[in-house]
Design a protein around this ligand. Structure first.
Ligand code: CAO
Length: 423
C-alpha cells in the first residue's frame, strides 16, 4: 500500500514542470494517466534524442510510473473520451499555455460541471496580472523570479542556474498543492483549483535575496565578499558569486588537482561554532585569540584573506580528503560533485536517489528517483510508457467503453490506431 493508492490523476502535462509533479504523484502510488496527442505525444519524446527511434532521456526521466493514452481532445469523439476521464479521475493536472484548456472546451467551469470533486491543478509562467498570458520556459522563470539577477559574479552578466528551479521546482510545489486539496476535499466534498506560477515558485526559493534587498537599507551587506573588497553596493541585491546565502560565510575553494579537473573544488563554511577547529586545521592557531580574527564581526572585512589561507590548506587535499578531515570536526564542507561522480555514486544508488531503469526501446539508463523518502510508502521506479501504450486498456477497463463504443471511437481516429491485440 502506498500513500496515494487509489487516487487517479488525469495527466495533461508536457515538457518538464507538469510532468515532474505527476511523476512524483505516481511514485507515491497514484494511477497517473498521461493524455497525449495521437502520433505526436509530449514534445520531449523527440527532443535531444540520443538513441535514434527511442523516446529521449528528457521524456523517459520525467514520466516514470505513468500510463499513456492518446486522444485528440479537439475532436468530438476525443472530447467524449476526455469527459469520461474527467468523470473518473480525482485530479486534472495541466501546464498548457494560458487559455489552451478553455479553447479545448475544458475550462474550470466545465470541469466542475462534469465532476465537482475534481481538483484542477495548473502550472503557468505567471500568476494573475500583466504577464498572465505569456508562455514561459525554465530560464524565463529564473529571470523573472529574481534568481538570475542574484546569481553569478558581481562584475559579470546575470546567470541562470543548472538546477531547474522554475520547472521541476514549481512541479514539486504543485504536487504539494494537489495533496493539500485532496485532503481538504475529504472534509468539503469539493474539488478546487490549484495554481503554481513558475515566477512565484522561483521567488519562493529566492527568499533570502529579498531579505538582503531590505537589509541594504540598513547599510552594506557585510557578509558579501564585495564588502571585504571595498566595492560599493548598488540599489538592489547584487550577485553574490559563491558566497553563502546565510550568516555563516562560505566559499568554493580549490582542492588538489584543480589545475586539470574542473570539479576539484570544495565548499567550505567558516561556521562560527567551529572557528577554533578551523584555525588549528589550517595551521593558524593564533587566529583563535587574535581580536582581528576571533569573532565573526571581526572576520567579515578579512574574508578574502581568511579564505585564501584556508584554500592553501584545501589545495593540499582532494575534495574527498577535505570532507574526511572536516566531518569529524563538524566543519561543514561539501565536495563539488560532477554529474559523472553522482552517476557512479554507490550510496545514491542504494537509497534509490539514482536508479537504473530498463526500457524496451533504449535499454538501460539512469534516472533520478523519488527525492522524498517515506518509511511506509515503497517507491518502485518503473519505466515511462510508450506513446499510447495503454490506450486500449484505459478505454475498456478504466473507462468501461463497450465493444461497440470502442469500434466507433477507433474508427473516428480520435485515439490513434487500434492496436492489433485490441481488435
Ligand atoms: N489533443 C489535441 N490538442 C492538444 C492535445 C491533445 N491531446 N494536447 C495539447 N493540445 C494542444 C493544446 O490544446 C494547444 O492548442 P491551442 O494552442 O490551439 O490552444 C496546443 O496543443 C499547444 O499547447 P501549448 O501552447 O501549451 O504548447 P507549446 O508547445 O506551444 O508551448 C509551453 C509550450 C511550455 C511554452 C506552454 O505550454 C506554457 O507556457 N506552459 C505553461 C508554463 C510551463 O509549464 N512552462 C514550463 C514548461 S517546462 O519547460
Amino acid at each position: 500500500m502506498n500513500a496515494l493508492d487509489g487516487k487517479k490523476i488525469l495527466d495533461f502535462t508536457h515538457v518538464q514542470s507538469g510532468p515532474t509533479c505527476t511523476q512524483l504523484l505516481a511514485w507515491l502510488g497514484a494511477d497517473v494517466i498521461k493524455v497525449e496527442r495521437p502520433g505526436v505525444g509530449d514534445a520531449t519524446r523527440k527532443q535531444l534524442v540520443d538513441v535514434p527511434g527511442a523516446d529521449s532521456l528528457y521524456f523517459t526521466m520525467l514520466n516514470h510510473n505513468k500510463r499513456s493514452i492518446t486522444v485528440n481532445t479537439k475532436s468530438e469523439t476525443g472530447k467524449e473520451v476526455l469527459t469520461r476521464l474527467v468523470e473518473k479521475c480525482d485530479v486534472l493536472v495541466e501546464n498548457f499555455a494560458p487559455g489552451a484548456l478553455d479553447r479545448m472546451g475544458f475550462g474550470w467551469e466545465r470541469i466542475q460541471e462534469i465532476n465537482p470533486r475534481m481538483v484542477m491543478a495548473s502550472v503557468k509562467g505567471f500568476g494573475p496580472g500583466k504577464y498572465e498570458d505569456c508562455k514561459v520556459y525554465e530560464n524565463v522563470a529564473q529571470c523573472a523570479g529574481g534568481s538570475a539577477s542574484t546569481t553569478g559574479f558581481p562584475d559579470d552578466v546575470p546567470m541562470v542556474t543548472g538546477a531547474q528551479i522554475g520547472d521541476s521546482g514549481t512541479g514539486l510545489l504543485l504536487a504539494l498543492g494537489i495533496v493539500a486539496a485532496l485532503l481538504q476535499r475529504e472534509k468539503t466534498g469539493r474539488g478546487q483549483r490549484v495554481l503554481a506560477p513558475m515566477q512565484d515558485g522561483v521567488i519562493n526559493l529566492c527568499r533570502v535575496k529579498l531579505r538582503d534587498q531590505q537589509r541594504l537599507a540598513a547599510g552594506p551587506l557585510e557578509e558579501y565578499s564585495q564588502f571585504g573588497k571595498g566595492i560599493p553596493f548598488g540599489k538592489a541585491t547584487p550577485r553574490a558569486a559563491n558566497d553563502s546565502g546565510g550568516g555563516q560565510p562560505g566559499r568554493i575553494l580549490k582542492c588538489k588537482g584543480w589545475e586539470t579537473d574542473p570539479d576539484a573544488y570544495t565548499y567550505f563554511i567558516t561556521q562560527a561554532a567551529v572557528w577554533p577547529k578551523i584555525c588549528d586545521l589550517i595551521g593558524k592557531p593564533e587566529w583563535k585569540t587574535d581580536p582581528e580574527y576571533a569573532t565573526p564581526p571581526a572576520r567579515l572585512p578579512r574574508l578574502d584573506e581568511i579564505f585564501d589561507e584556508i584554500q592553501n590548506w584545501t589545495m593540499t587535499k582532494t575534495k574527498f580528503e577535505v570532507m574526511e578531515e572536516c566531518n569529524p570536526l563538524d566543519i561543514p564542507v561539501g565536495p563539488i560533485l560532477s554529474m559523472k561522480e553522482i552517476a557512479e555514486d554507490r550510496g545514491l544508488r542504494e537509497t534509490g536517489t539514482i536508479v537504473e531503469v530498463d526500457h524496451p526501446e533504449r535499454g538501460r539508463y539512469l534516472s533520478v528517483g523519488c527525492p522524498v523518502k517515506l518509511s511506509d510508502c515503497h517507491v518502485e521506479v518503473k519505466r515511462s510508457p510508450l506513446l499510447g501504450e495503454h490506450t486500449a486498456e484505459i478505454l475498456s477497463e478504466f473507462l468501461g467503453f463497450s465493444e461497440l463504443d470502442l469500434d466507433r471511437i477507433y474508427d473516428s481516429g480520435a485515439v490513434g490506431d487500434r492496436p492489433a491485440r485490441a481488435r
